[in-house]
Write a protein that binds this ligand. Sequence first.
Ligand code: KG4
Ligand code: ZN
Length: 339
Amino acid sequence: MTKDRYILAIESSCDETSVAVLKNNSELLSNIIASQVESHKRFGGVVPEVASRHHVEVVTLCIQDALNESGIGVQQLDAVAVTYGPGLVGALLVGMAAAKAFAWANGLPLIPINHMTGHLMAAREAGALTYPLLALLVSGGHTELVYVKEPGDYKIVGETRDDAVGEAYDKVGRVMGLTYPAGKEIDNLAHKGQDIYDFPRAMIKEDNLDFSFSGLKSAFINLYHNAQQKGQALKSTDLSASFQAAVLDILLAKTKRALELYPVKTLVVAGGVAANHGLRERLAEEVADQVEVRIPPLRLCGDNAGMIALAAAIEFKKGHFANLDLNAKPSLAFESLAD
Ligand code: KG4
Ligand code: ZN
């Protein structure tokens, strides 16, 4: 009988402090998420210095909670995984200092994980992934199409040239007076409205896999301010429906083109925006008959350490460990075996 393996993972790249314990390949025993969103709401976005301070306050409590909830003792752990980028440097450093100290004090190996690999590997919770696969990664900081030949071999085949899609949601939400982050609320409002404003769908017909959302964002803001100046009130339901329809048309068009160029069996859609109900509906209607669509469950779409642990299980098997001089990489890109 083989011994069970336990990995403790820490994520602190942005405004969530999270610690998870994973048993073997894919059994998440705990996934504690301490969100700072209430502290950042009043600023309309994440304030890096505030984020770092919050991480310092709660990271050790989160480690304790994750261990308690898992029922696993420190002595049973086999490794500690940590996000080392991309993200806010100060925020990353807090999680990394905690992970390194914990690893050193308990004689455990350290597994470095790319935050975006974590988002992608969260899709393992939706079913086994077959490679090669294509991933549409949509979050507050990233919008990219990635060809994954095998775990660890990633090639970005398309990406945003300006704003990330989550960022666009949050910016137009701010204009409408919604609280940060606005993606979920816009998604809900969109389901109650109509696409009546016909916003631009940038680069949709261009023969590439890149995205652009800044023109859409500007068109939205112009429409909103012009109406305000004329004293007209626009319905947030119709505004949201129109904005979301444009976003989804762009995401679907580029994903379908990518599937033509890279005919794979599995499409992963992950990152905070993968929680979007409209996106899930459109994927089910328009691509689910061609490929197996794997989207993480809602609780694993936003930032969390469970996804870092799921990615770490693969790295553990490969023996990919880091020394204690591992540094934070705020602009870490996807690694590729080919490079
Ligand atoms: O992955 P994530 O939690 O953090 C980053 O790594 O950036 O993504 C956060 C982003 C925010 O911009 C938020 O507004 C967006 O995901 N988001 C959504 C939805 N839920 C969260 N966007 C659209 N629809 C949603 N339901
Ligand atoms: Zn993220």
